[in-house]
Design a protein around this ligand. Structure first.
Ligand code: SIN
Length: 532
């Protein structure tokens, strides 16, 4: 089946839905999403969204905190622009129906997180993402021009080059091939403008607090289509996820530390004062590395996050989701410290885009975690990502609305999917085995602390697995497991290749063989582009 639309949005988190809502009055929007619409990383975000909203804060302070956390690799113009557009982005969310937590005096309750010098995080208790997703989904479902395709997974982007077009103007993106997971048919979406809002890639690692959908699909598809990918070595490990055999890496929000929680060793000693002057509110790269170091030195399986000194009623009211979830696992956070470990959380690199969110493929835009806009540099400042999603949704909307008014941008005609000689797979075990092998390899060799030898080993293994997947891929009908496996293999390789390029340690990339920061040679992005 062929579907044509003005705007094809791939992904249904804060970035994709904000964009859809901004352009829907001007054309038809198709939102394609792999599972149910709310199964996104946005929905799991606990902490909140950063913006300068208090008279005790300033744009300059937010810019400075972002630059410091990003170890001066961020593009300062982009940082300034995002920070200055923050209050408008918050107003957009409130207009769409988001209800942020307020204090008794009816002003917004601002919290703090690691790396922030001021209280500037708006939140909805400890379920901020869920509240944002609720409001945006409701608004999107009610808009007559937005059609939502749930349980549809993109296989690949369609470009001039791949479609064999005689257009030599440039490599334009024309839409995407999409698998309808229920009918198992591949549909062809032709679009004037294609927007990747597919989120991150935490599932590349064995331990992650990301949802199962975070398989780096947008990054892998853009790479295969010939777009430039940047800074993939900067995978952020969240310092504190619940350590419990039955919990699937449940996040313990950094705002718990923002409200006074202290990291302790098994014997109760606080340790963050040995690593950073901001102690428990140090930037994430430093905190995660400190925890990793403490666990290795003392041979412990976790460290402990202690908020028991705060009033139990306050804890239950401010962190109801974390309180209830921990209690389910037998931990009462009002009376005992929470066992925590780091886990893969956020990829700071991604599809390299310009200040309007456009990749180097014409009409292919990227917003949110899938994109590398220059905001996060070598380490994202907590709660800047939801903000980036809304701000760039506006910029991409402005640019793409201009685009569809240009005369030549007729909805492209694209060829249907070619099934070739594909049959049903007879060896699903290959897919399951390769998933596991990639994730273990990345955790063991490309984690918080890296070495040249480990990176080389990882690359060798990943390349072998990738060859196997490619052989398998074209012989069988596509399934979502297979599509995602192909994507995590590509993204894992991109992370290793970027990590091998960067011969220094900076932010989230720490290599024992180059332990120092090298501003002379490496104050720049790592870039990778596939030769087509
Ligand atoms: C958290 O609540 O700690 C996550 C916030 C973020 O990653 O920005």
């Amino acid at each position: 089946m062929n579907i044509t639309t003005d705007f094809l949005v791939i992904g249904s988190g804060i970035a994709g839905l904000s964009y859809a809502l901004k352009v829907a009055d001007f054309g038809q929007v198709a939102v394609v999403t792999k599972r149910e619409i709310s199964e996104t990383a946005t929905n799991l975000a606990q902490g909140g969204i950063a913006s300068v909203l208090s008279s005790e804060d300033s744009f300059a302070a937010h810019v400075r905190d972002t630059m410091v956390a990003g170890v001066y690799l961020s593009d300062e113009d982009v940082v300034r622009m995002v920070v200055q557009r923050g209050p408008q982005a918050i107003a957009d969310l409130i207009n769409w129906g988001v209800r942020f937590s307020k204090k008794d005096d009816d002003t917004y309750d601002l919290t703090r997180e690691g790396g922030h010098s001021r209280r500037r995080i708006l939140h909805a208790k400890d379920m901020t993402g869920q509240e944002i997703e609720r409001a945006l989904v409701e608004a999107a479902r009610n808009h007559p021009n937005i059609t939502i395709y749930e349980h549809h997974i993109c296989i690949d982007l369609i470009t001039d080059a791949k479609a064999g077009s005689s257009e030599k103007r440039s490599n334009r993106c024309l839409g995407a091939h999409v698998l309808d997971i229920e009918s198992r048919k591949v549909q062809t979406f032709g679009a004037r403008v294609t927007v990747l809002a597919t989120g991150g890639a935490g599932k590349v690692y064995l331990y992650t607090c990301n949802p199962d959908v975070a398989t780096g699909d947008g990054i892998a598809m853009a790479y295969r289509a010939g777009a430039t990918i940047a800074d993939m070595e900067f995978m952020q490990f969240h310092p504190t996820t619940l350590y419990h055999p039955k919990a699937k890496s449940f996040l313990i929000s950094e705002s718990v530390r923002g409200e006074g929680a202290i990291l302790r060793r098994r014997d109760g000693t606080a340790f963050m004062d040995q690593y950073h002057e901001l102690k428990d509110l140090a930037p994430r790269d430093i905190t995660a590395r400190a925890i990793d170091n403490e666990m290795k030195i003392h041979g412990d399986e976790s460290v402990f996050l202690d908020i028991t000194h705060r009033d139990p009623e306050y804890i239950r009211n401010r962190f109801p989701h974390i309180y209830e979830t921990c209690l389910k696992y037998g931990i009462d956070i009002t009376t005992e410290a929470i066992p925590v470990v780091p886990a893969a959380h956020y990829v700071c690199g991604g599809v390299k885009v310009d200040k309007w969110g456009e990749s180097d493929l014409v009409n292919l835009f990227a917003i949110g975690e899938v994109a590398c806009t220059g905001l996060h540099g070598a380490n994202r400042l907590a709660s800047n990502s939801l903000l980036e999603g809304v701000v760039f949704a506006e910029l991409v909307a402005q640019r793409s609305l201009g685009r569809i008014k240009e005369k030549h941008e007729v909805v492209p005609q694209v060829k249907p999917w070619d099934y070739g000689k594909a049959t049903d797979s007879d060896e699903e075990v290959v897919v399951a085995h390769n998933w596991d092998e990639i994730r273990r390899c990345m955790w063991n060799y490309v984690g918080i602390v890296r070495t040249n030898k480990r990176l080389k080993r990882a690359l060798r293994r990943l390349q072998m697995i990738k060859e196997e997947i490619t052989e398998y891929y074209w012989d069988f009908y596509p399934t979502s497991d297979l599509i995602e496996l192909r994507n995590i293999a590509t993204v894992a390789e991109l992370i290793v290749r970027c990590a091998r390029q960067r011969r220094e340690s900076r932010g989230l990339h720490y290599n024992i063989d180059y332990p120092e920061r090298d501003d002379v040679h490496w104050k720049k992005d790592t870039l990778i582009r596939k030769k087509l």
